[in-house]
Design a protein around this ligand. Structure first.
Ligand code: SF4
Ligand code: SF4
Length: 174
């Protein structure tokens, strides 16, 4: 009979001999395997104290970026929402008022900007679609939460603080 792999072993139906009946050699063999693994590199991490290194192409939680003067870059054009295959992004646009030039870079800005992390598949299309370099995917992931609404990230969660907090990366602020 053809098999997909060569790992299948026929079942041994011979009656057990004396050593097999007392199980001692099997127990010693098992302990030997356990002992060997004591000196091998561990496959597990002591999360959250110890973080797993991510692949260079890992895409995690989003941030909304500011320009060098601290103004919000997002102009609420909606291209990220259109590009999103999971329909995870919603926003409401607003007009910049006189005197708000120090807050928003363009005449239009996102008064509300939300990403539903339960829908998001972290494909990065929103980042690619953005003409203003306003949205980036970072190297962190959404922490666990008991409530669905905890996975709806609003503008206050996504926008990077200004001025930047010393000794803290953008991803740690989320
Ligand atoms: S990463 Fe992909 S799925 Fe997630 S919000 Fe951006 S475009 Fe949508
Ligand atoms: S994040 Fe970029 S693509 Fe999305 S609405 Fe803002 S400016 Fe447009």
């Amino acid at each position: 009979m053809e098999t997909l792999t060569n790992r299948a072993k026929p079942v041994d139906r011979r009656p057990m001999n004396f050593w097999e009946k007392i199980y001692l050699p099997a127990v010693i063999k098992g302990l030997g395997i356990t002992f060997r693994h004591l000196f091998k590199k561990k496959a597990t991490y002591n999360f959250p104290e110890q973080k797993r290194p991510f692949s260079p192409v890992f895409r995690g939680l989003h941030i909304l970026n500011r320009d060098e003067e601290g103004r919000e870059r997002c102009t609420a054009c909606g291209l990220c929402a259109v590009a999103c295959p999971a329909e995870a992004i919603t926003m409401e646009a607003a007009e910049r008022k006189p005197g708000e030039e120090h807050l928003y870079r363009e005449e239009k800005y996102a008064a509300r900007y939300e990403i539903n992390m339960l829908r998001c598949i972290f494909c990065g299309f929103c980042e690619e679609a953005c003409p203003k370099d306003a949205i980036y995917l970072t190297e962190t992931f959404a922490p666990a939460n008991y409530q669905r609404k905890g996975f709806i990230y609003g503008k206050e969660d996504l926008l990077i603080p200004f001025p930047p907090i010393e000794n803290q990366s953008a991803t740690e602020k989320l």
